[in-house]
Write a protein that binds this ligand. Structure first.
Ligand code: GLC
Length: 568
């Protein structure tokens, strides 16, 4: 098979590592492609089976060569790892597993030298239960200033042994846990929207607001270009903490929640306005990207007002099924909402929370409304891979920015057979093993060689999550040597993204097309066609294919394939 590369020198090979070449007046992040690094699973520099910052530094040239514009580093802070690092015990330090603050400075410096921007992950809705703030709150009395940083409340019922309200945890079960007071008696309850090791902060507390101002300054002073804001809509809670109406579905389905008292409450925006004015005191173009899974493009656009955040992941796009009408609907809704307010869309298909795309797209259920969707369904990985290749060309052709989760550029499948004892995701425990959770997309990357640990760690060292024996053809080395690989396709697409001006503009228009086909122009020179019709479709005999996800033979684009054409 060929990746159909032709025309504009689309083959992979060494690329220029010059800084971004956007015109000065276009902010760097507007059309940037950002690569998500999950540091524990990216590369192990010190040989202990865990990814770390030395490993990341060693592989920065790989990322520059891939052709991305920046990296987002998932939490790198000290953490007991009750939720893969999203339980932070010190927001101004680096997890000893990953390195030191000096290593972080080196990552930022060396990334910048390669022309890559650096976005870090901030987790403001909650701390770890080991954070000094929470430890002090546990030791202090009910009603104390220490407890006012969190949501401590008395329980309901005669003995206070029922939770203060009916709010649920994203990971299953109640959102409340009861503590044992210093005198040994059962005491107050605290709120945790996620695992019980992740107590929610009360963002009406001045100490929380001021504490996070310092955290933001700490990292902006160290030169980070942006901050990804974890679970942004969780920061506001309706006054009085009234019961929620979940309509009988006790899953954390925030895309469906309207007027929920602990998600996307309007007061949340006061926090982001405060942060924006802080960020704007810095030179350079420091950006916020919201993780905000909310009920509509309109609600999402509230986070993107000129005095709030700069961009936000497009979750409805990520979660849509592999279906032309569904994708077109979400693309239209996004552009209709964002274009008038001048905000770029941010297209994303995968992350450390989602089932790997080649697995998801090879299943019967290709949407992913909830992280348990499709679990247990067989996946046709060859089909999933064809679709994921086409989806990569679609995503990278849409107007705005894009995110690529580590390993998606290799087409890694979800590891679905991790032994129970290896699973660390709190979802697994909180649902009594019913939902296996997200570890299957967090298995350490294969870099080289023919057997685990595939160059992730030195031979003989077992990585923190076991890698499959079947990844020999999916290593970076193997794929770099194969012009038809997923990696080569990504390298070619990312290079073209820098070469074709239309791809760094907002120009976008649909062409008339048959059912099941997405067909659009990006400026005068690029046309993208995605065939989800189930049948091959004819292309004009004169069409010049710049890049395609599957071979274009006899002027036909196969099913589940996409092509970038020189527009006529
Ligand atoms: C976000 C993160 C996820 C984490 C959760 C709680 O959704 O992406 O990994 O578990 O927030 O912090």
């Amino acid at each position: 098979m060929t990746d159909g590369t032709g025309g504009l020198d689309g083959r992979s090979g060494p690329v220029s590592m010059a800084p971004l070449d956007f015109p000065a007046e276009v902010p760097w992040w507007r059309y940037a492609v950002i690569y998500e690094v999950y540091p524990r699973s990216f590369a192990d520099g010190n040989g202990d089976g865990e990814g770390d910052l030395l490993g990341l530094r060693n592989q920065l040239p790989y990322l520059a060569e891939l052709g991305i514009d920046g990296i987002w580093i998932a939490p790198w802070y000290p953490s007991p790892m009750a939720d893969g690092g999203y339980d932070v015990s010190d927001f101004r330090n680096i997890h000893p597993l990953f390195g030191t603050l000096d290593d972080a400075a080196a990552v930022i410096r060396e990334a910048h030298q390669l022309g890559l921007r650096v976005i870090i992950d901030l987790v403001p809705n909650h701390t770890s239960d080991q954070h000094p703030w929470f430890q002090a709150a546990l030791k202090a009395a009910a009603g104390s200033p220490e407890r006012s940083l969190y949501f401590f409340r008395d329980g309901k019922g005669e003995n206070g042994d029922e939770p203060p309200n009916n709010w649920i945890s994203c990971f299953g079960g109640s959102g409340w846990t009861r503590i044992v007071e210093a005198d040994g008696r059962p005491g107050q309850w605290y709120l945790h929207s996620f695992a019980e090791e992740q107590p929610d902060l009360d963002w009406t507390s001045p100490a929380v607001l001021e504490g996070f101002d310092e955290i933001l300054r700490f990292w902006f002073d160290r030169g980070v270009d942006g901050i990804r804001v974890d679970a942004a809509p969780a920061l506001g809670k309706a006054e009085g903490l009234p019961d929620a109406d979940y309509g009988g579905d006790l899953r954390f389905m925030t895309l469906d929640w309207v007027d929920n008292p602990h998600w996307d409450v309007d007061e949340v925006h006061d926090v982001f306005r405060r942060w924006r004015s802080l960020a704007d005191t810095y030179d350079g173009d420091r950006v916020f990207v919201a993780e905000a899974i909310v009920s509509s493009a309109e609600r999402l656009s509230n986070y993107l007002r000129p005095d709030e955040m700069h961009s936000a992941f497009n979750f409805p796009y990520m979660k849509a099924s592999w279906d032309a009408a569904a994708l077109r609907e979400v693309i239209d809704a996004t552009l209709d909402q964002f274009h008038p307010i001048g905000v770029p869309a941010t297209w994303v298909m995968a992350s450390h929370d989602e089932v790997r795309l080649v697995t998801r797209y090879g299943r019967k259920t290709t949407s992913s409304a909830h992280f348990s969707d499709g679990q247990g369904e067989a996946s046709n990985l060859a089909l999933g891979t064809r679709r994921a290749r086409a989806a990569a060309l679609l995503t990278l052709a849409l107007p705005g920015g894009a995110y690529i989760y580590q390993g998606e550029e290799l087409g890694l499948p979800q590891v679905e057979d991790l032994p129970d004892e290896a699973i660390q995701d709190p979802v697994f425990k909180r649902t009594n093993g019913e939902i296996r959770g997200r570890d299957g997309c967090r298995v350490p990357l294969p870099w080289s060689g023919t057997h685990p640990p595939y160059g992730f760690s030195p031979d003989g060292v077992t990585p923190w999550l076991p890698q499959p024996e079947s990844w020999t053809s999916l290593t970076v080395d193997a794929e770099a040597a194969d012009p038809e690989s997923m990696l080569s396709l990504h390298r070619s697409a990312l290079r073209l993204r820098h070469q074709i001006p239309g791809l760094r503009s907002d120009e976008f228009s649909w062409r008339n097309s048959a059912d099941g086909v997405l067909d659009f122009d990006r400026g005068p020179t690029l046309r993208c066609i995605v065939n989800i019709s189930g049948e091959p479709i004819p292309l004009d005999a004169s069409a010049r294919v710049l890049l395609s996800s599957a071979p274009v033979e006899q002027s036909a684009l196969p099913a589940d394939a996409a092509a970038w054409l020189a527009a006529d």
